[in-house]
Design a protein around this ligand. Structure first.
Ligand SMILES: Nc1ncnc2c1ncn2[C@@H]1O[C@H](COP(=O)(O)OP(=O)(O)O)[C@@H](O)[C@H]1O
Ligand SMILES: [Mg+2]
Length: 469
């Protein structure tokens, strides 16, 4: 673009300059020639060659060149250089006057070939060393007739080479400017594109499945922000990918464990056909328990996966959390009694709200069951229901073994269990709390665990009472 605009400017400047030079020359020569023509015409009519010669000689000094006098047929009557006298002289400048009726004409000719030169294509048309002449013609008039042509031939080599050199210089400057513009453009675009090419590499890596790819956060403004946004996106995807892989690995492991123990039990039954009847029943009961575990894990997994896909919709209805707590007390009372635990329900507010009954039931059941399950025999579990201005607050507290501080942040993770053996022995899947948390979140609520190791745990759920979804 820079080169192009330079060429346009230079080109028009150049032709303005050369047009001006030519016009100036033509104007001066023409008027002087015409003046001389007025005196020469009558002498030509009278065929007074001597008089003509004297006249021209007298004025020759005013012109820097050679003067010719031609009659209407183009025959040279006088040539101050003497060479052409008596010959026919054909040129564009003569034709312009004799055939096209112009009063004067101007042209530049190659000194060697005599050919007319196109002054606008000087760059390539002119030889390095040459000679050029300008032909300036003016008509000779007598009455109303054009009776001949007065011609001035003067050397213009200096002017022509000057113009040619000027054009050549401009061409060189144009080439240099275009080259410089291209180089600067290339450097700038590569500086701009460098962070982009880093980003393209990172995107290609990600497309191949390498989620650890990060774009260099270079450059400035929008490009830098693009890289930062891309990086935070790829970080999230990487985390998701790791979590998903872990989930699949954990799930497979959890499913394999009951299958493996079932296989051992079944093989014992097959290869010991005369097994003691009591032992046999015990084995079958064990198998039955493993099947229960398997189906518990599968149904928990299904619940989680469905919630992940966002396909779980809440079917809210008017209910009181108090009713749900009472209901679960009835279901879990036998278990608590068996463990000689005290199950206390403390309702400070019934907490009427719009909620999904099935899901709220599962939340309360899971928390109460955990408290009973993980608290030693003879322990005490207190379920408290209260409300603040906006929230229903449910607390399930026990005086069991508690949860180690470093385990609390992981307690809601899938498959996380503080004591794997203990959990498995009690039929746990390690999915209960993560399901609880998902369901609480779906209701727009929060859940947290507070615990002192050795003193007990407290799970606190807060739910907006006028929740909508
Ligand atoms: N009330 C509690 N007291 C002590 N530990 C608990 C309590 N509730 C949950 N936990 C710990 O949190 C882990 C995860 O609980 P959960 O997700 O319900 O899985 P599960 O009960 O199937 O093992 C349990 O394995 C247990 O270690
Ligand atoms: Mg549980």
């Amino acid at each position: 673009m820079v080169g192009l605009s330079f060429t346009v400017t230079a080109g028009s400047l150049n032709s303005t300059v050369s047009d001006f030079l030519f016009d100036e020359r033509v104007r001066v020569q023409r008027s002087e020639l015409e003046k001389l023509g007025q005196s020469a015409a009558p002498l030509l009519v009278d065929a007074n060659t001597e008089g003509l010669k004297q006249l021209i000689r007298a004025h020759e000094g005013e012109f820097s060149g050679r003067i010719l006098v031609l009659d209407s047929r183009g025959k040279v009557h006088l040539d101050t250089a003497g060479e052409r006298t008596g010959t026919l002289f054909r040129s564009e400048e003569v034709d312009a006057i004799m055939q096209r009726g112009q009063s004067a004409y101007f042209g530049v000719h190659d000194g060697e070939t005599g050919e007319l030169v196109n002054t606008h294509s000087l760059i390539f048309s002119l030889r390095l060393n040459g000679a050029w002449s300008s032909y300036c013609s003016a008509r000779l008039v007598s009455g109303n007739d054009v009776i001949g042509v007065l011609m001035l031939i003067s050397p213009v080599t200096d002017m022509m080479t000057g113009l040619r050199d000027l054009r050549r210089q401009m061409l060189i400057i144009f080439l240099l400017a275009a080259l410089a513009a291209a180089a600067v453009g290339f450097i700038f675009s590569s500086i701009l594109a460098r962070p982009l090419s880093g980003m393209i590499r990172a995107i290609q890596k990600m497309a191949r499945g390498d989620f650890s790819a990060r774009a260099p956060e270079k450059g400035s403004g929008e490009i830098r922000r693009l890289a930062e946004t891309f990086n935070s996106m790829s970080e999230k995807i990487e985390t998701l990918d790791v979590t998903r892989n872990q989930f699949v690995a954990n799930a497979s492991h959890e499913l394999k464990t009951p299958l493996a123990s079932m296989k051992v039990l079944l093989e014992s039954l097959i290869y010991q056909p005369d097994m003691d009847k009591g032992l046999r029943t015990e084995f079958l009961q064990d198998i039955n328990r493993e099947i229960d575990r398997l189906s518990a894990i599968v149904s928990d997994l299904l619940t989680l996966v469905r919630m992940d896909a966002g396909s779980v919709k809440l079917t809210r209805e008017k209910l009181t959390l108090q009713d749900l707590i009472e209901e679960n007390r009835h279901r879990l009372d036998p278990m608590a009694r068996k463990r000689r635990q005290e199950l206390v329900i403390d309702i400070k507010d019934p907490c009427e709200m719009n909620a999904d009954k099935g899901k709220m039931n599962q939340v309360i059941y899971n928390l109460m069951e955990n408290a009973i399950k993980y608290t030693q025999e003879g322990g005490r579990i207190v379920v408290t229901l209260d409300r603040t201005t906006r929230n229903a607050v449910l607390s399930v507290k026990d005086n069991g073994p508690g949860i180690p501080q470093d385990a609390i942040p992981h307690i809601f993770d899938r498959f996380y269990r503080v004591d794997k053996a203990r959990s498995r022995e009690t039929g746990g899947t390690g999915l209960g709390l993560s399901i609880v948390r998902q369901m609480v979140l779906l209701h727009g609520g929060t859940i947290r665990a507070e615990s002192q190791e050795g003193q007990g745990s407290d799970f606190i759920v807060e739910l907006p009472v006028n929740g909508q979804s």
